[in-house]
Design a protein around this ligand. Sequence first.
Ligand code: IVH
Length: 683
Amino acid sequence: MNDVKQRIDFLRQLINRCNHEYYVENAPTISDYDFDMYMHELEALEREHPELDDPLSPTHRVGSDISEGFDQVPHIYRMLSLANTYSMDDVDRWVSRMLEALPGQQVVIDGELKFDGTGISLIYEHGRLLRAVTRGDGEKGDVVTDNVKTIRSIPLQLTGSGWPDFFEIRGEIVLPFKSFDRLNAERQYNEEPLFANPRNAAAGTLKLLNPAEVSRRGLDAYFYYLLGDNLPYDNHYDNMMAARSWGFKVSSAMTRMTSLEQVDEFIRHWDTARRELPVATDGLVFKVDNLQQQLNLDFTAKSPRWAVAYKFPAERALTRLLSVSFDVGRTGVITPVANLDPVLLSGTVVKRASLHNEDIVRSLDIHVDDMVYVEKGGEIIPKITGVDVSKRLPGSEPLPFVTHCPVCGTPLMRIEGEAAWVCPNKYGCPPQIIGRIEHFVGRRMMNIDGIGEETAAALFNAGLVANYSDLYDLTVSDLLTLDGFAQRSAERVVAGIADSRQVPFERVVFALSIPNVGETTARKIARAVGNIDELMTWSAERLATIEDVGPIIAQSIVDFFANEVNRSNVERLRAAGVKMAVDAPATPAVDTLGGKAFVISGVFVHNSRDRYKELIEQHGGRNVGSISSKTDYVLAGANMGPAKLEKATKLGIPIIDEDTFLAMIATTSDKDPEPAGIPSLFD
Ligand code: IVH
């Protein structure tokens, strides 16, 4: 038994060291394969000896699927913010103030990066992570230990020596650009709202209730402040270096400085060098190094006097406004878009920027041919934030706004109380029809693969689909007449259309594009009315009795079905075999899958991903987000990601295709089905 304990301790230390080398130092010393083998061995030992398990074991980094809301605890030391400055002069003035406040003393200033994420406070006791707390309101925050434990660069058990028995360390949880881009690409594919910037994504991720999903997203953390009674050194810099030696990620940008020139040089350097960093920074932080001096300088009500932030100026560029286009959306809303003389901004060339609506154009007082400022704020789409009036051409007129739909020519209407102009020609205006076709085929609606924005437009423009109900008459040969379609891709679309007949009525209601009816409302309405005939005949008053349906939505539904085009669409969808009623209550869940954990990856032929999720759960399995040693099967479709494939193979997790899965759930006996794919390494 002692041997086992020793081996477990050895493996935990080894794995912790490897994680540190990989995630903090970016310098792994063993192969992924060897790492996985040690991890497997540790997992197996912990399974066999549950009495030796430890919640901080590196095997628990992946996070379980189960978690409840967050508890709140008061902070030991209040979490304050920093006073902001915006210019080198401001920083110089702050340094001079520090010198004046500490007359005759040697003052050392530490320069650091200001990471743009979400603040975190970690408490360690006897070298072990005790809890992780968000900033909250500064006085108390949410306990997010389970989520923080999934961040591989955070030490769960400290290494080295000399740490106080009890201390706090503060830092910033960030989502590196690479993970941020991957997350948003995934969200775009799944038609989920995109995160505006890595900061929002990091903060949102930290508050997820599912640590397995947190683990998958790839957060990281940098540390910059050590607090406690028995810190090893009397100055901030040495304390941070000690923290680094205990396993924390402390930025190598941290610099000790003793003159104004050095401070200015630090600012000049990072003003541009920060663009090369893998994570977002929004400025620099300067701190008085000596802890006794910090104590003497003290705090104001909101921030320490001994530290100051310098915020990087928002990156903006000045360029010529060439023209304005007016985009027409699915709901007929007109959005002005500026076409710009291409200009380089934060590493990308910007050619277009949103002007949002007429009120914004007017408040910026944009004129034709103006030189305009473009900024990349926190948002994904760059925006125009101002005009350089001194460069305005003589006689230039304020930007005209369209009065008629730029596509179908119908006079525009402005909805009372709203800033948007709308084209009222709902059923005759091509971009609106195309937008509805695109919506109809979306993943969360009818889930027809292979038709995106371009194909929807091509189908409409070729006269093959005049509205979404025509999709069900499409043939392979119709599709072959379009650019970019070959036999296989055309067959896939036709098969996808056929499969969409199985999509539940709740999603059909969402797919119809009834104005103001979103996904959740559609589901509630579908369940309340039961079938399309009821939906088409309920009065606005009756509809308004449904949860979340107010008078505007109710009237919108009545108006929708009062329209001949919509009614005929519904009849054609019904004739095509699309579901027009909610399914009979689901048969009680069967436990064919016995709690096994499945990861779904890739694109499927027979059912959508969402349907597979439902099937897994209906049959007593669990759908989990990312592959770990606790995954039992990977349900793989076409184009499974190579990283996932490699990981599953390394961990010896059986990879099954959809036919095998469907056979598994069709099995009525309670014995474990034999999956196809590679056998587990630990069988
Ligand atoms: S020091 C009492 N150092 O910026 C001072 N903060 O605007 C504690 N931040 O709440 C903060 N990088 O979340 C410090 N190098 C750094 C930082 C940093 C990012 C964040 C932190 C803080 C906020 C203040």
